[in-house]
Design a protein around this ligand. Sequence first.
Ligand code: HAM
Length: 416
Amino acid sequence: MKIKSIRGFKDILPSETARWQFIEDSTKNVFEKYGFSEIRLPVLENTEVFTSGLGNTTDIVEKEMYTFQDRDGSSITMRPEGTAGLVRSFIENSLHLKMPVNKLYYIGTMFRHERPQKGRYRGFNQIGAELFGSDTPYSDADLISMLWNTFEELELSKYVELEINSIGLPEDRLRYKEEIIDYFNPSKEKLCKDCQRKLKNNPLRVFDCKNSNCQEIALNAPSILDYLPESSKVSFEKLLDLLEKINIPFKINNRIVRGLDYYTNTVFELTTNQLGSQNAVAAGGRYDLLVEQLGGPKMPAIGFAIGLERLVLLHEIANNDSFNNPFDIYIACMGEDAHDEGIKIANILRKKGFRAEISYDDKSFKSQLKRANKSGAKYCIIIGDDELKNNKIKLRNMELSEESEILISELDKLEL
Ligand code: HAM
């Protein structure tokens, strides 16, 4: 019986990792330019980090967390997202005492027991960024500009749309929630079962429903933007003005409510029409109350996370060129003496910066050349008895099938 991977968990195979690495490096590069430093966090946290952080009536906490009892009986959870654990670490390590503004990013696997489909997994990877210590629209604009420029840098911005909204503070939402309940109540029976439940526990989440019937009913619902206090309206207007000034295209979408309870004021999503129903490639927003709520000081914050599987899928759609990392040189050797020389030469070439592969056995030259071809190497170095006698190697250009001879002592000067 073959042992299989767990449903919803995906291997990222060697043929895919070059693209992943390229995307991760490019993203980190942009983040570093905006002054963000990497933080590495544990996968397991005490469950209360998420129950207190994300909200008890969110889908994630209600139905999706991988929670179990540790050996000492305590309840622990595999992180379903990065923000709450990062805030836990931020408080525990008093990072706010070191700098007034802290900019951190993380990359890692998150775990949610969702129904798997294309672009939606139970184990998936995020690269996320969190900015602490500023509540001005300038920090909102700078963080959103970093997200946008990450997509520009990868030449993917033409495939995504930035949708933005402001959802005010919890007390503003209370009033709005009542209005929403009043709005939906007359058509309650026509809503899907899930939305009927949401209407009781978390009415704004009805806007997230993908059911076309529910969406139609929601069409004329009041907009949250009409329920914002003056200060939130002014900040939101200023943010939109700044985004225009720095040429970041956006669309106001007053139906974005986000699936986590910690958000305040600015929220946004980067959506694409290239990936079917899992259309959010990145999402985030401001969470000015979370640090205090998890036991820390009063500390405004804003952040986002990019779904790496979705970003990679989008990159594949936009650039289907292969992304493998071929060898520069394959070293084919015939006989023990040739192998002894070959392994020395391989190291000289690697020190010079070439990606060099060497044959480990004594197969015929023909089959070694076949392997050289398979490895994608542009050049093959051939070492046999004749070459060794003359202290030379043969250098074969695999594409042109041309060969030249080079003295072994000259190899440290090799340029290709
Ligand atoms: P989120 O919207 O839950 O936000 O997730 C962010 C992104 O992660 C999504 O837009 C999507 O691209 C990806 N994602 C989420 N679930 C899955 C899944 N099951 N499979 C594949 N990709 C998925 C957060 O996680 C917040 N912590 C973002 C944030 C950071 N807000 C403030 N700071």
